[in-house]
Ligand binder design. Sequence first.
Ligand code: SAJ
Length: 436
Amino acid sequence: MHSKTKINIKKVCVIGLGYVGLPTAAIIANQGITVCGVDVNKRTVETINKGKIHIVEPDLDIMVQSTVAAGNLYATTSIEPADAFIIAVPTPFKGKNEPDLKYLEQAVQALAPNLNQGNLIILESTSPVGTTKKIARWLSDARPDLKFPIFGKDLKSEKHNIYIAHSPERVLPGRILVELINNDRVIGGLSQACSEQTKDLYSLFIKGKCHLTDADTAELVKLAENAYRDTNIAFANEMSLVCNKLNIDIWDMIDLANLHPRVNILKPGPGVGGHCIAVDPWFIVHSAPEQTPLIQTTRQVNNSKPDWVVKQALTVTKPSSTIACLGLSYKSDIDDLRESPAIRIVKELAARHLGPIIVVEPNILELPSDLRDLENIKYGLYEQAIQQSETVIVLTDHKEFKNADQSRLVNKEVIDTRGIWRSSKEPIITGILNNG
Ligand code: SAJ
């Protein structure tokens, strides 16, 4: 970690205190810098000011508690003047896969009156190509008294007195603190000076290397990373359908194929969820629809997997019997339900299956409201769900399920979409559909 910075950063304002903003705020505050975290959600702000957190992420609670107690981190609902601003608000899509920049625009409009000469603004939210330039234009319209780097990467630093860059977050939920500190950073400034200032700020708290480029490239780098992973998962999901049709164990097949030195097939599952991989590829498609047949097909393959799982479940389950669905979050050991294929599967089952459905999700205390209102669905604990059900569907590979007593599964139909129970040495599971 570097001990010096060329910019004088005494206070950072982090806008958006979600899965990326809050850990970033806590890590910067942990360096002794004053961090004002801003979120529109009052409950989130109150929770953080009590030294607590509103999301599940390893070790984040400890860091937030200590930085709030030390007075370095506090949360508020309105943006305050600072030396640097980090924007980490959601960039979802609307309508037919069109990027929705409304949260970003709201954040930027609220930021504008707080800007002072010499300020640095870093966009961390995953964004369509051209968004960082858009921010510069919005701000320049709102603050004609300041000079913005809106003319491209060759602009000399003396021609602008506000610095703007995109540095996409690339952290993996479940390992956010580790990856925030250790991952390399791609930094795309609207000028060389913008990139260098951003590098100086990140050098205060990250150990990874900073790679400087322009804003458009940095935006596409991030989108390409997630589209690449989506494509590789789609391949695994397609192979799981092939294996099912040919009656071949997908997990054995992948293990053997991956012995090849240049093959690394990812894991099939119930589909692809989360706010990133299921969303970001569409940003590329939206910018270049004619050039992206592969990315579009990838999305279709991964998007159709939940329906396939539902069909499998309905095929092996008697109409009035009980189904246990294990896991709701989009991946293991987190509480994030966004775009989760498990939710789609549970909802579809609720609509098509006559019997009761028990949903087990150890990372949340109650079902989300759209499931709570469905008559044949209830929230349950693992033991009770297994005991009462005839069909068990593994939708998320949480540690609680991996470590659970599998002897309870005898004589039940098991659809293990994540392959968590396949290594069981005793052939105790009957009727298992080990087909991802
Ligand atoms: N999944 C599979 N099979 C696999 C791997 C993942 O089905 O072999 C599924 C997961 O269960 C989940 C989805 O894909 O539903 C995405 O999970 P993930 O762990 O691959 O990724 P995310 O969405 O949690 O985080 C990704 C990461 N991007 C890449 O790995 C390229 C992370 O580094 C990004 O910072 C994050 O997106 C983001 O915020 O964009």
